[in-house]
Design a protein around this ligand. Structure first.
Ligand SMILES: [Zn+2]
Length: 694
C-alpha cells in the first residue's frame, strides 16, 4: 500500500509492505529520491553485548498508519519496541519527528537514525557543513570526493561538523536536509556516496544507551525542503531556524555582540607564538606552532610582535602558548603559576598596544600528573569525571609530547562536564586574571572536541547521547564568563556552533581546505568573532597559499592572520599584510555584524594556482588569483563589494551579481545592468584590492 506526501514541486512515496515501511521513491526539484529505509534502530542485548539493527522495513509485528491531508503518522510495533514517526508536510517540504519506546529488560536502544532521503541524479553538487562549509562539485561522479570530504562520518557537534544541514542540488534546484535540534544533542553524521547517489545518515545517540528499557524522542525534527538555489540558499534556511530557535544564539545589534568589548571586535590581525622552553619543559612544544627552529634571542617572542604592530599601524592580538611552567600537553590542568617571562613580557606587549591572550586547554586532564606530585591529580580526582567509552574504558588521546620523568607519551583524557572540572577551570581562569597581565583567555578544544557519548555509570547524566556535554561546558563557561573582568576576551578552538554564547571568538584555524564556501559566516557573521587560519606549518613558505588564505578569510568576514610575527621578516608576506590589514581595520565596523551576501561571480583569464594540501588534509588546494565578496552593513545603509588580486602581476576580471539581491538601488555608470544583473569588467593592478560601496 502506498502513501504519498507532496507539494507543488516535490513528492515522497512511502510504501507499507509485510509489516514494514520504507521510502519507495520521490523527487525534490532536480533530485530523485530512491528506495531506502525510513529509519534504522540500533539495539544491544545488555547481557550478551550483541548488537543488531531493526530497519523500518523488516521485523515488526504490525504497523498502524494514520493519514490526514498534510500529515502521516506511522507506528511500528514489536514485542518490546514501539517507534512512532510523524511527517507533517507543507508546500515546501516535510518535517519529520520520531520517538522510541523500549519496554524490554534485556535490550537497550543505542540510537536511531532520523528519516533522511537517499538521493540520485546524473549530476549534482553536495554541500556539507564541514570546515567553513564545503561543496563537492559533481559529487555523484567526483573521483576526489573522499579526498575533499576527508572522512565519512563525523560527530556533531564538533570542530569538523559544526552545523546541522546539508544540501543536494542541480542547476539551482534540489533539496535542503536539516536537523533542526535547537539544543544540539549529540549525533553522528555519516556521508554515504556512490555513483550518482548520495545519502547522509544522521544517527541520534540513544539517551540512556546501554541501559535496559530506555525510551526517548529524537531531538528536534529532520526537515526536507525544496531548495531553490545552492549552498547559500540552504544556509539561509538554516540561519532562519537557528536565529529563531537555537539556544546558543547570543544577543547582537548592528555592532555585533553586546557582550564583547568593541576593541576586540575590531581586531584586524592575530599572531601566535610560544615562549621558549625552560629546561623543565624539555623538547615539548605545541606542534602546529613549531615549524621553524627557535631563534636564539629569548626575547624574540616580545620584540618581533611589537615591531610587526608598528609596521602594520593597526591593533593586533597575540595568542601566547607556553606561558606556564608545565610543559605543553603535560601535567594539565596545572597551568598556574605563570612563568616570570610571561608576566613581564605580556605587560610590555600590552604597554605597546598588543592584546595578549594566553592558551589553556579546558577539556583535558593529563593522566600521569600524579607522578609529578600534584595532590589533586587524575588518579584520585580526574578519573571520576573522565569520559568512559561503551566498553567501560577511559577514553583518551595520545599526544607526541613526552613526560619528563620517564619519557612516556602524553595521554590526555577529555573530562565530562562536572562540578569538579568546572571549579578547576574556574580557578585557573581567575588566577590568570589575578596574577598575570592578560586580555583574556583561550580555552582550547571546547568548540573542537566532538560530543562523543559518555557511558560512565556514576556521572550526573544518563549514559549515551543527549546534550549534557554541550550544556555542561556552556554552564562551566557561563560561570567563568559571569565573573571575568568586564573587558576580557574569551575564545576557543574551532567553531562548533552550540558554544557560541560562551565565547567572543572561535579560532577558525582549520579553514584551509579545497572546495570551501563561507557557509558558517553566512549563518553566523556578527554572532561570533572568527579568528584566522593556519598559515605556518608545512605551508609556511608558500606565499601564494599565504596570500590566498588571508584574502579568502577577509572575504569570509574573519579576523586575519594567526601566524607567527616572523611574517615581518618575509618581504612578500609583510608587503601583502601592509596592504590588506589596514583595509580590514578600516572596515571593522562593517564586519562587526554584516550580512555576508551571496558571493559575486568573478572570472579572470588568469589560471588558479594548485597548491599542496595544508594540515592533515589530502586534497590539493585550488588558489584562485582573483577573489570577490560582498557584505551588507547591518543597518542596511550600503553594500560593500571587494575584489582582490593576489597575483604579483596585473589581472583582468569580469564581475557579476544580482543588484536586487544586494539591495543596491543605484549603480554607478561604469557597471552594466540588465534585468537586475550588474556586471563590470576591467583590470586590477598587482595585489590590488578594489572596493565599491553601493
Ligand atoms: Zn560522562
Amino acid at each position: 500500500m502506498e502513501y504519498v506526501l507532496k507539494g507543488s514541486k516535490w513528492h515522497v512515496c512511502i510504501e507499507l509492505k509485510d509489516n514494514g515501511a520504507y521510502i519507495k521513491e520521490g523527487v525534490f526539484g532536480n533530485i530523485n529520491i530512491i528506495q531506502s529505509e525510513l529509519f534504522t534502530v540500533s539495539l544491544k542485548d545488555i547481557t550478551s553485548n550483541e548488537k543488531y539493527s531493526m530497519p523500518s522495513s523488516l521485523g515488526w509485528d504490525s504497523i498502524k498508519l494514520e493519514m490526514y491531508e498534510k500529515r502521516l503518522s506511522l507506528i511500528f510495533y514489536s514485542c518490546c519496541i514501539t517507534v512512532k514517526v510523524n511527517a507533517i508536510s507543507d508546500d515546501l517540504g516535510i518535517s519529520w519527528t520520531a520517538d522510541i519506546e523500549n519496554r524490554s529488560d534485556a535490550l537497550s536502544v543505542m540510537g536511531m537514525t532520523y528519516p533522511t532521503p537517499y538521493m540520485q541524479a546524473e549530476h549534482f553538487d553536495f554541500f556539507a557543513p564541514v570546515s567553513s562549509g564545503m561543496v563537492v562539485p559533481n559529487a555523484g561522479n567526483n573521483p576526489d570526493f573522499d579526498k575533499i570530504i576527508n572522512q565519512p562520518s563525523y560527530v556533531y557537534p564538533s570542530g569538523v561538523m559544526s552545523m546541522q544541514y546539508f544540501a543536494v542540488y542541480r542547476d539551482n534546484l534540489g533539496i535542503y536536509i536539516g536537523f533542526h535540534d535547537e539544543y544540539a544533542n549529540s549525533k553522528e553524521f555519516e556521508i554515504k556516496h556512490e555513483e550518482e547517489k548520495i545519502k547522509v545518515d544522521s544517527f541520534f545517540h540513544g539517551i540512556g544507551a546501554s541501559l535496559a528499557a530506555n525510551s526517548f524522542k529524537l531531538a528536534g525534527y529532520s526537515r526536507w525542503q525544496m531548495l531553490f538555489g545552492d549552498w547559500y540558499d540552504a544556509s539561509m534556511i538554516y540561519a532562519s531556524f537557528v536565529r529563531k530557535k537555537a539556544c546558543w544564539i547570543p544577543k547582537i545589534d548592528e555592532n555585533g555582540r553586546l557582550d564583547t568589548a568593541m576593541r576586540y571586535k575590531d581586531i584586524p590581525f592575530w599572531i601566535n607564538d610560544y615562549i621558549p622552553n625552560s629546561p623543565l619543559q624539555g623538547d615539548n612544544k605545541p606542534m602546529s606552532l613549531s615549524s621553524v627552529k627557535d631563534t636564539a634571542d629569548k626575547d624574540n617572542w616580545i620584540n618581533t610582535p611589537i615591531k610587526l604592530k608598528n609596521e602594520l599601524g593597526t591593533p593586533i592580538a597575540y595568542h601566547v602558548y607556553n606561558w606556564h611552567e608545565i610543559p605543553f600537553n603535560i601535567n594539565y590542568p596545572h597551568f598556574i603559576p605563570a612563568k616570570d617571562e610571561y608576566i613581564k613580557g605580556s605587560a610590555k606587549l600590552r604597554n605597546n598596544g598588543i592584546y595578549v591572550i594566553p592558551y589553556i586547554n579546558a577539556i583535558s586532564w593529563e593522566m600521569l600528573d600524579g607522578e609529578d606530585g600534584y595532590t589533586v591529580n587524575f588518579e584520585n580526582t580526574g578519573i571520576h569525571s573522565a569520559v568512559i567509552d561503551e566498553n567501560g574504558e577511559i577514553y583518551y588521546v595520545k599526544y607526541p609530547q613526552k613526560k619528563m620523568k620517564n619519557g612516556s607519551p602524553s595521554m590526555l583524557a577529555p573530562i565530562c562536564p562536572s562540578k569538579t572540572w568546572e571549579d578547576i577551570i574556574y580557578d585557573v581562569s581567575e588566577q590568570i586574571a589575578l596574577t598575570t597581565s592578560s586580555d583574556g583567555i583561550y580555552f582550547d578544544q571546547i568548540a573542537a572536541h566532538g560530543a562523543h557519548p559518555c557511558f560512565a555509570k556514576d556521572h550526573a547524566h544518563l549514559p549515551g547521547g543527549g546534550n549534557y556535554w554541550v550544556s555542561g561546558y556552556n554552564k562551566m563557561m557561563s560561570r567563568i564568563r559571569a565573573d571575568k573582568p568586564a573587558d576580557a576576551y574569551h575564545f576557543t578552538e574551532c567553531h562548533a556552533e552550540p558554544y557560541m554564547k560562551s565565547f567572543d571568538g572561535y579560532l577558525t584555524w582549520t579553514w584551509v581546505r579545497d572546495c570551501q564556501v563561507p557557509a558558517f559566516p553566512a549563518v553566523y557573521l556578527g554572532y561570533i568573532g572568527m579568528i584566522g587560519r593556519m598559515l605556518d606549518g608545512t605551508k609556511k613558505d608558500d606565499i601564494m597559499y599565504f596570500r590566498h588564505q588571508i584574502a579568502q578569510s577577509f572575504l569570509y568576514g574573519q579576523q586575519l592572520g594567526w601566524c607567527k610575527s616572523d611574517a615581518l621578516y618575509n618581504e612578500k608576506k609583510i608587503e601583502y599584510l601592509k596592504i590588506i590589514v589596514p583595509i580590514r581595520y578600516r572596515y571593522a565596523c562593517l564586519f562587526r555584524a554584516a550580512t555576508l551576501c551571496r558571493p559575486p561571480k568573478v572570472t579572470t583569464s588568469k589560471k588558479p594556482v594548485i597548491a599542496s594540501p595544508a594540515l592533515w588534509y589530502k586534497k590539493n588546494i585550488t588558489l584562485e588569483q582573483v577573489l570577490a565578496g560582498a557584505f551588507r552593513y547591518a543597518d542596511g545603509h550600503s553594500t560593500v563589494l571587494f575584489l582582490l588580486n593576489i597575483s604579483e602581476t596585473e589581472s583582468d576580471f569580469f564581475l557579476e551579481f544580482d543588484k536586487a539581491e544586494y539591495k543596491i538601488k543605484k549603480m554607478p555608470s561604469d557597471f552594466k545592468v540588465k534585468e537586475n544583473i550588474a556586471t563590470i569588467s576591467g583590470k586590477l593592478g598587482p595585489l590590488e584590492i578594489r572596493i565599491w560601496e553601493l
